[in-house]
Design a protein around this ligand. Sequence first.
Ligand code: PEP
Ligand code: MN
Length: 339
Amino acid sequence: MIVAMQESAPEEQIQRVIEHLVKMGFSVHRTTGVRQTVLAGVGPRSDFDVRDVEVLAGVEQVHRISAPYKLAGRSFRPQGTVVAFANGVKIGAEEIVVMAGPCSVESREQLFTVAEQVAKAGARALRGGAFKPRTSPYSFQGLGLEALKLLREAGDRFGLLVISEVMEISQIEPMLPYVDILQVGARNMQNFNLLRELGKVRKPVLVKRGIAATLEELLLSAEYIMAGGNYELILCERGIRTFETYTRNTLDISAIPIIHKLSHLPMASDPSHGTGRRDKVAPMARASVAAGADALLIEVHHDPDKALSDGAQSLYPEQFSELMAQLRMIAPAVGRRMV
Ligand code: PEP
Ligand code: MN
């Protein structure tokens, strides 16, 4: 931590700040400039609050020089994390992995129709909510266990991995036999008890950014899971809430290169929730690939007008295959490939 003292700060205030830093476990290196004194605190701790120092008398500015996360930080694994699956698919390697399917599993007929089409277009994983976090308690809440069974069956039939959202601790165990990736939704990004439990699981977890979460907070959520010993993580930008109302959320494309710089974890993009509008999904998917996304999560429905959730942002299967063809052209331009 770097502490710049005010020009007018008397020696006793400087001494008090030094004592405070020492008490926090830092060794302090002092530089006395012509006008200002600067203190550099070097220490093993990263879980401090800079405001504790900022409020001390005579302090002008405080800067943190080490990230508050360790396991999720790039320096923990400079070469990057690759999440590998038994069928050979890898997230975080050269191939960009597309996960697609309906927002919610609604019926066998719906799921199998969509699964067949997305598999044919080149998707590697089937998405579909079994437990749905709905804003209204009167909206469709998901088919639960029945949906998980359908997802596994459709995934196996069409050679797709399965990803589905886990909303609470009690759902983890029942989900494990059916899914390849557990998704933590935007609303649960800071459900710390859930994150801790997922740290004990030995199965990949995809963590979505909360609607008002900073990237540092997203990385600290990943840190919770990693601290429990589960390093098989994928992060996902899915749009944040801004003052713009045209789109459902504002997809923060810059989160992709920023996470790649700060962390070794693979970074996915969800242009469906990120825009909320079918006609904006393809451009934002293309932009995500161009920006370096390792994976995409895209909602597809064969009859979106009748979808029980998120129909307006779901692509028709033909739109999805057209998009996949475009992504196949963009990927090599950024050193990646797609099947
Ligand atoms: C979803 O993937 O269907 C979902 C509910 O996503 P989010 O948590 O990003 O809203
Ligand atoms: Mn959805």
